[in-house]
Ligand binder design. Structure first.
Ligand code: XMP
Length: 516
């Protein structure tokens, strides 16, 4: 088994970034919440080292979350980051105090002594930029520790116990605002912990294929294909593992982008030879949505209809023992929530949840350990064409949530044409990869215009493009006006039914990416 790093989560906003940085250096890592960790769970995971994340708590409080003492007693190297450093100090006999001077954002660290974490990037006497976010700070160190870096408001910005291989940093090496942060982490995982850094996507692929074969045996697997990156990668991976024991079902809701159904069927059925049922259910979906304008209603109808159609096709094909899904790591990380209570439903996302129980199938989720960009790497490893692997996300309910108000075939057709022109221009201008998502909407608003010498009274098309790293927050994309003018002209000239185009400059929050 490849070397592994265990990351214990104390609820920092950026814990996921630790896992990403570690994986980027070729070492497999997983995040586990602090309250799930026991000596047995550590042994079972068998890590080469442990990283303690930051978190919102104060190590000075009575019932502050701590690491089980086993973390320090198993002979494993330990790196504490921010709150993680403070609990190392508290648990091993030092003292942490609330500080009058909080440090948030960019700060400078003076490197005072040589340390294994700094090799190849920080030298004694250097002043290095880091990113801080802390109120408390360590004030006295446990036995065996020395200070190796200081900042204006953190006299123990970096500490080390070389014998035990325990290290602590008050700053966050996992964020890009700590320019040498990735190297500092690599010095810990490779230099201190001795990881070989040989975790590659090719190795992961082989390991997953073996796992799938063992799990499936001679059973049958069914996979819902949407044309998006995740389900495409799952389908190709499964096909490589179990060949014709896999059946893909592509439910065409009639609300995909222009020409997308043909592309999906062409790639999977014709190019890969993957057994594929293509069910054209456009009429069914559009009929059900014709008079529905409430966004939540739309989502619920689409979700339920999708499951009905999928189940019908799966049963017709003789059923299956397993359902394969493209669940990703960010969806399964059981992160520590200090907010408590259920969060508000902003939008009910549509997926095939509910199906496995209804059809008595087990789940296969080969991507549950991967981040989105790792899924793309795996897709490339499997030979998927770049235009599939690099695709922007597309929501399950499709164009239905980009057509505020009731839905008709005519409106879908108008929207598909406008959207295709917009995306074509984005690709031509070289913006596609810099944008998280770009799409057109057709508003249920008609305005007066003049074309030739005639009056027009047509629909308004809105354009949206955002940058984002995870879809949780987003900023609108800053096109130049000339670009927007060109797209506007093309849409109005080439798409009958639209006589006005507007650009959405709302970020998320307060807006969401989709309009519904
Ligand atoms: P919002 O609109 O909530 O979207 O800012 C965040 C991301 O989620 C996508 N999205 C969906 N994806 N099923 C999906 O598979 C859905 O029901 C759904 N609704 C929104 C959206 O496109 C964006 O990437």
């Amino acid at each position: 088994m490849a070397d592994r790093i265990l990351i214990i989560d104390f609820g920092s906003q950026v814990t996921q970034l630790i896992a990403r940085r570690v994986r980027e250096s070729g070492v497999y890592s997983e995040i586990h919440p602090f309250n799930s960790i026991t000596e047995e769970s550590i042994r079972a995971f068998d890590p080469k080292a442990i990283i303690l994340s930051g978190g919102p708590s104060s190590a000075t409080e009575e019932d502050a979350p701590m690491a089980p003492m086993a973390v320090y007693e198993m002979g494993l190297p330990v790196l504490g980051i921010c709150y993680g450093q403070q609990i190392i100090v508290e648990q091993l006999g030092g003292k942490v105090h609330p500080s009058d001077h909080k440090e948030f954002g960019r700060a400078m660290v003076d490197v005072t002594e040589d340390c294994a974490l700094f090799h190849g990037c920080w030298d004694v006497g250097d002043r290095e930029q880091v990113w801080m976010s802390h109120g408390d700070r360590a004030e006295s160190l446990p036995d065996g520790f020395r200070v190796v870096g200081v900042s204006e408001n953190a006299p123990f910005a970096a500490i080390a116990n070389d014998d035990k291989k325990f290290y602590g940093v008050q700053f966050h090496p996992e964020v890009v605002h700590t320019p040498h942060g990735a190297k500092l982490l690599e010095n810990f995982t490779h230099g201190v912990a001795g990881c070989s850094g040989d975790w590659t996507m090719a190795a992961f692929k082989d390991q997953e294929i073996a796992k799938i074969r063992a799990q499936v045996g001679d059973g049958k697997v069914i996979c819902g294909l949407s044309g998006g990156v995740d389900s495409s990668v799952v389908a190709v991976l499964l096909h490589e593992a179990i060949g014709d024991q896999l059946l893909c079902v592509f439910v065409d809701t009639g609300m995909m982008r222009k020409d997308e159904p043909e592309e999906v069927v062409g790639l999977f059925r014709d190019h890969y030879n993957i057994p594929l049922i293509h069910r054209d259910a456009a009429d069914l979906f559009i009929d059900k949505l014709e008079d529905v304008s409430d966004p939540e209603q739309k989502r619920k109808i689409i979700g339920a209809t999708f499951i009905d159609v999928f189940e019908e096709e799966a049963s017709k094909a003789g059923g299956a023992d397993f359902l394969a899904q493209g669940t990703l790591y960010p969806d399964v990380i059981e992160s520590v929530s200090f907010l408590g209570g259920p969060s508000v439903t902003i939008k009910s996302h549509h997926n095939v949840g509910g199906l496995p129980e209804r059809m008595n199938m087990d789940l296969i989720e080969p991507l549950r350990e991967l981040f989105k960009d790792e899924v793309r790497d795996l897709g490339r490893e499997l030979g998927l064409p770049n235009r599939f692997v690099g695709r922007q996300p597309f929501p399950g309910p499709g164009l239905a949530i980009r057509l505020p108000g009731g839905i008709t075939r005519e409106k879908i057709d108008i929207l598909q044409k406008a959207d295709a022109i917009y995306l074509e221009e984005i690709r031509t201008a070289g913006h596609y990869d810099a944008i998280w998502q770009a799409f057109a909407l057709l508003l249920p608003v008609q305005t007066v215009g003049v074309m030739g010498d005639a009056r027009t009274y047509d629909f308004v098309c809105a354009l949206r493009a955002v940058t984002s790293t995870d879809g949780m927050t987003a900023d609108f994309f800053h096109f130049d006006m000339e670009f927007l003018g060109r797209v506007t002209n093309r849409i109005i000239n080439e798409v009958r039914g639209i006589n006005r185009v507007v650009y959405d400059t709302t970020s998320k929050p307060p807006g969401t990416i989709e309009w519904e």
